[in-house]
Structure formats: structure tokens, C-alpha cells
Design a binder for this molecule. Structure first.
Ligand code: THU
Length: 141
């Protein structure tokens, strides 16, 4: 199990900052990077990818999750997100829901380019998250 100490926190923020450089955000100009670490210690980066059909845009957080899942990793420990915002950014509602599917209490490390950092847990950002327990057939649980 990975323990998120100060050094790993800094590393995740660095990886998110690096991932941000790949952002495709010609419409908003708001570039976001994410870095997701799994229990096995692997780190998956993501950046936002916008689209001329705005609604097709995908956030950095979901790109990182998609990359991890596609590599067979779904035990998430912590996620760092970095953007050039006055205050550390805050994951959008869709991303909160997307993340909660796999890690309802995921550790969040939110930073900006000035080095301001806010830490938290996903369940503070999305309390009472909707999940499969509300409706799913037994066999899917
Ligand atoms: N965005 C992210 O990638 N992550 C966030 O946490 C907030 C929003 C992206 C979506 C869009 O490309 C741009 O930022 C402006 O909303």
C-alpha cells in the first residue's frame, strides 16, 4: 500500500504539472494536469482534452482514470490536480462522480502554479455519492 507522505505529495504534484503541459485546451485556454497513483505505486497522468463540440470535452482527472483502468489498475490511492488558477482548482461534478465509482474516499491534492495546495478527501467533495448499491443487481456487486 502506498503512503502519501510529503515527498510523494510533491512528486504527484510535479507529475500533474508535467501532464498539464500536454493539455489540449484551445477553447478555454485553461490547462489542467492530473496524476493518479494506484496501490501498486504506478502513476497515471492526464490532461484536459477539449473539442469544437464543447460537450465532448474530457477533464484531466477522467483522462488519468481512463488510462489507469485501461492498464488494469483500479485501486486508487491519491490524485493530484494542477491548474493555473488563483486558488487550487476543484474537480467538476462529473469527475467527482467518475472518481467515486472506484475510490469514494480518494485522497485529493489540489494545487496551482503558485504552489498553493489544498488537500482533502473525495467524500468531502461528493458526500452521499450515488453508487451501485442504490440499484444494482446482486451479481454486479
Ligand atoms: N477541467 C479539468 O480538466 N479539470 C477540472 O478539474 C476542471 C475543468 C477542464 C475542462 C475544460 O477543458 C477546462 O478545464 C475549462 O472548464
Amino acid at each position: 500500500m502506498v503512503f502519501i507522505d510529503e515527498e510523494l505529495t510533491r512528486r504527484l504534484l510535479e507529475e500533474a504539472k508535467e501532464a498539464r503541459l500536454k493539455a489540449y485546451a484551445p477553447y478555454s485556454g485553461y490547462q489542467v494536469g492530473a496524476a493518479l497513483i494506484t496501490k501498486s505505486g504506478r502513476i497515471f497522468g492526464g490532461c484536459n482534452i477539449e473539442n469544437a463540440s464543447y460537450g465532448a470535452t474530457i477533464c484531466a482527472e477522467r483522462v488519468a482514470v481512463a488510462r489507469a483502468i485501461a492498464e488494469g489498475e483500479k485501486d486508487f490511492v491519491a490524485l493530484a490536480v494542477v491548474a493555473d488558477s488563483p486558488e487550487p482548482g476543484s474537480p467538476c461534478g462529473i469527475c467527482r462522480q467518475f472518481l467515486a465509482e472506484f475510490a469514494p474516499r480518494l485522497q485529493l491534492i489540489l494545487g496551482n502554479l503558485d504552489g498553493k495546495v489544498r488537500r482533502g478527501s473525495l467524500d468531502e467533495y461528493l458526500p452521499y455519492a450515488f453508487n451501485k448499491d442504490y440499484f444494482c443487481a446482486e451479481e454486479a456487486k
